[in-house]
Design a protein around this ligand. Structure first.
Ligand code: BGC
Length: 399
């Protein structure tokens, strides 16, 4: 058995647009319904978690998971520039209160990929006042955050910098956006967007810092770029603007989030596609549990002394037994990193629910299945298994 440090946090994570349903005011909704869109299917009612969040948190409490990371939908809270909806703030406040009532520690993400339509029309992260708008939104969200300890400002800024500022048609080419959420075939990050996101992150941290004793950070998609023999320098240069830069930028933050799923090999000509003989997930990614340990070690190397939080790790599979084995493998590697002295605050599985995977409901990451017509939830064995791991604060290692 591998034992985790006392106080280690266990839980699961979601994002508003992927579970709430009817998120009509986001840029994504607009894109899903634009004429000629190449997005496979729209988010629609999603998991109707906007109404069923208590049921979802109850599952966490029942299986023994003590933390829930969820995001606020900026487009609901500020549906028009400068108009802040008190009713929507109350909604998210009720989510925080419900979590507490059920004994669950909330981690609140302020921004998880989607932006309000008005912000998109102003230029999104390339708008001249983007940083100021995000700082104001953070300020507006303070009533929701009162008493919350853990706040994530921006989810995967590195992915945002790859997809924002690029032509959505280019992003969505092929079988849907989710297939591009892997390193191979990704657009290059837009450095202007990256700089703006970092400034927005810091501005949000300033707002939070002035308001209360929050522990805030941002969460980075660590992509485990692995060099082919002799390609170490090429791989390092390729990886730096894609993940390492964002980890380095977390120096001085209260924590840094690691979100790891798979690896990408890098050869002399850049990233390589997944080899034909590799086992792949429903997103087409290589099944590679070691990505988590590698991501945590990279975060520690780039931002020494900043505590790491595993804010996402998971696998899209229809075979729940495979999910358990993937997580067991990932936790075995995570334990080794912790044993080497890296401070890790907790582990959150992506995702609590089978949800909208940015273009399609087909890749099922969830610990809980959701009937697409009735919204009835079915708790999978992996949820109970992870709950047992949490209760024992220990996992049986992978062979
Ligand atoms: C994102 C999630 C996404 C998951 C699986 C991360 O890129 O934060 O929104 O669903 O990975 O692709």
């Amino acid at each position: 058995m591998l034992h985790f440090p006392g106080g280690f946090r266990w839980g699961s994570t979601t994002a508003a647009h992927q579970i709430e349903g009817n998120n009509v005011n986001t840029d994504w909704w607009a894109r899903e319904h634009a004429s000629g869109t190449t997005i496979e299917e729209p988010s629609g009612d999603a998991c109707d978690s906007y109404h069923r969040y208590r049921e979802d948190m109850q599952v966490l409490a029942d299986v023994g998971l003590g933390m829930y990371r969820f995001s606020l939908e900026w487009a609901r809270i500020e549906p028009e520039k400068g108009f802040v909806s008190r009713a929507e703030l109350d909604h998210y406040r009720r989510m925080v209160d419900t979590a507490r009532e059920l004994g669950i520690e909330p981690m609140v993400t302020l921004h998880h990929f989607t932006i309000p339509r008005w912000f998109e029309s102003d230029g999104g992260w390339l708008a001249p006042d983007a940083v100021d708008r995000f700082a104001r939104f953070t300020e507006a969200a303070l009533p929701v955050l009162d008493g919350v300890e853990w706040v994530c400002t921006i989810n995967e800024p590195n992915m945002v910098a790859m997809f924002a500022g690029t032509d959505p048609a280019a992003v969505d080419s092929g079988a849907g956006a989710h297939t591009t959420m892997q390193a191979f075939g990704q657009p290059a990050p837009n450095p202007r967007v990256a700089d703006t996101l970092l400034a927005a992150h810091r501005a949000a941290r300033d707002v939070l810092g002035a308001a209360g004793p929050f522990r805030s950070g941002w969460t980075v998609a660590t992509q485990d770029f692995q060099p082919e023999p002799g390609c170490e320098e090429i791989a390092r240069a390729y990886a730096y603007p894609r993940d390492a830069w964002y980890l380095e930028a977390a120096r001085g933050d209260d924590w840094v989030g690691v979100q790891a799923y798979t690896r990408t090999k890098v050869g002399a000509d850049g990233p390589l596609p997944v080899p034909d003989d590799a086992e792949t997930t429903l997103t087409g990614w290589e099944v590679y549990p070691g990505a988590l340990e590698d991501g945590v070690r990279l975060a520690h190397a780039m931002a020494p002394g900043v505590p790491v939080f595993v804010t996402e790790n998971g696998i899209a599979t229809a075979d729940d037994a495979r999910r358990i084995e993937y997580v067991r493998g990932a936790l075995t590697g995570l334990h080794a990193a912790i044993a080497d002295g890296i401070r890790v605050e907790g582990y959150l599985y992506w995702s609590l629910l089978d949800n909208y995977e940015w273009g399609s409901y087909a890749p099922t990451f969830g610990l809980v299945a959701v009937d697409r017509e009735t919204f009835v939830r079915a708790v999978k064995p992996s949820a109970s298994w992870l709950g047992e791991v949490a209760r024992a604060n220990a996992v049986e290692s992978s062979p």
